[in-house]
Design a protein around this ligand. Structure first.
Ligand SMILES: [Zn+2]
Length: 77
């Protein structure tokens, strides 16, 4: 499972670590599904992108909750 925090960025939980464990340490953590390449290409083409919390943002922008776009997080911009 992948998790995201503004402080630590994108992390993959190690085997045996639950989301509840991680959230206890990092209360702002959210569960995320990392978008696949096809989705990222579509967002680049459309000129809009999603942030980890589901907001629609500029490809090189962030949402009102402070999350960067997936294209920024994954280093495509
Ligand atoms: Zn947001």
């Amino acid at each position: 499972m992948n998790v995201y925090t503004k402080e630590r960025g994108l992390k993959k939980l190690k085997a045996g670590v639950t989301f509840a464990d991680y959230k206890a340490k990092f209360p702002t953590a959210i569960k995320v599904n990392v978008p696949n390449m096809q989705t990222l290409k579509k967002w680049t083409y459309k000129g809009s992108c999603k942030a980890p919390d589901g907001c629609i943002v500029e490809p090189d922008g962030n949402c009102s909750h402070g999350f960067d776009s997936w294209l920024l997080i994954l280093g495509y911009i």
